[in-house]
Design a protein around this ligand. Structure first.
Ligand SMILES: Cc1cc2nc3c(=O)[nH]c(=O)nc-3n(C[C@H](O)[C@H](O)[C@H](O)COP(=O)(O)O)c2cc1C
Length: 330
């Protein structure tokens, strides 16, 4: 069955791609992903904080020597060394690109306006076939309004877009006051795809150590439902491709995502739990389901349950809230 998929200008053999994760840090794992049949690989992120820390570090060191004797110049720390975190990222990207034939998507992660966006073009020069910009943040500033925050994100997207020629995906959070409107603005600002959504890692309180404990729990399939709803609202209504991230673990999860309107599904937790063999299992399940239901192409399937095309759009909206509450029987 033909599962070929177009995403971010790339011709993929099917719609299952590896989302941003630590896997590309190890070239054996990268090759195993390709051998397992993955259609594309997303790098882990290069973070704004890594970039700005390196620049601040370099300036601080150089500044602290600038009034010294001329001979002291040889004491200047090697700026390359200070920037090794960033260079490591770019080096690893070059190596990943050389190791596999499937497309590789770079990932840049930041939330404030600044010089870090220049790294978008360095990621492209290092060989990324496309770039994913992750706007991962928690709005905790009491003085920044929703409109200001959205404007800031849009300016970041515009400045990243201006620095690259490869297609741009924007990975966002679901927690926007008016998500469909914001999604439309992101597309107009240059996002060729939206990745729905970031998954927030909720820290816990350690009652013994009286401290905050960071928690990294992997996802479960039930987390997909919130994403399905938003994909269904956005599909066919904005000028951008859609990727789903968060809660895709099985071929049936992929079927649901495609029906809701996803162009591709990103997987991370299920790869970390089950290894790259999971890709073939998901593809078998997806194709088996399509054969049973007599779908011959992904185009027939994609978006068939979105807001515009599903038989009961009310089920996606407020009316369903009442129905669900009334359906409870003890
Ligand atoms: C260990 C780990 C590292 C991750 N690193 C990144 C990252 O560097 N950049 C990013 O955008 N997302 C990162 N993510 C988030 C994933 O790309 C993905 O959005 C999230 O895990 C939800 O997808 P899943 O349900 O398939 O795991 C990471 C996730 C995990 C579990």
């Amino acid at each position: 069955m033909n599962l070929e998929t177009k995403y971010l200008g790339l011709d993929l053999k099917h719609p299952i791609i590896a989302g941003a994760s630590p896997l590309p840090d190890d070239l054996d794992k990268v090759r195993a992903l390709e051998d397992g049949g993955i259609a594309a690989i997303t790098m882990y992120s290069l973070f704004e904080e890594q970039i700005t820390q390196n620049s601040i570090g370099a300036e601080a060191h150089v500044g602290s020597y600038e009034n010294s004797f001329a001979e002291a110049a040889s004491y200047f720390p090697d700026v390359d060394l200070l920037e090794r975190g960033v260079d490591n990222y770019l080096d690893q990207l070059v190596k990943v690109k050389a190791a596999v034939a499937v497309p590789v998507i770079g990932s840049l992660n930041g939330t404030r306006e600044g010089e870090w966006v220049n790294y978008a073009s360095l990621i492209e020069s290092a060989g990324a076939d496309a770039l994913e910009l992750n706007l991962y943040f928690l709005p905790t500033d009491m003085d920044e309004s929703a409109a200001q925050l959205e404007d800031r994100c849009i300016r970041i997207v515009e400045s990243v877009k201006a620095r690259i020629t490869v297609p741009l995906a924007v990975k966002l959070s679901p927690f926007f006051t008016a998500l469909p409107h914001f999604a439309k603005r992101l597309a107009a600002a240059g996002a060729d795809s939206l990745v729905c959504f970031n998954r927030f890692y909720q820290p816990d309180i350690d009652t013994e150590e009286l401290d905050i404990r960071p928690m990294l729990d992997l996802s479960h399939s039930h987390e997909l439902r919130m994403r399905l709803r938003w994909l269904a609202y956005l599909s066919g209504r904005i000028d951008a491709k859609l990727a789903v991230s968060g809660g895709v673990h099985t071929g049936i999860d992929a079927v649901k995502s495609l029906m809701a309107g996803a162009d591709v599904v990103q997987i991370v937790s299920c790869l970390l739990i089950n290894g790259p063999e999971q890709v073939k299992e998901m593809l078998d399940e997806l194709q088996g389901w399509m054969q049973e239901k007599e779908y011959t192409s992904l185009d027939e399937l994609r978006g068939c349950m979105n807001f515009l095309r599903c038989p009961d759009p009310d089920a996606l909206e407020r009316a369903n809230y009442m129905r669900v509450l009334k359906s409870w029987r003890s």
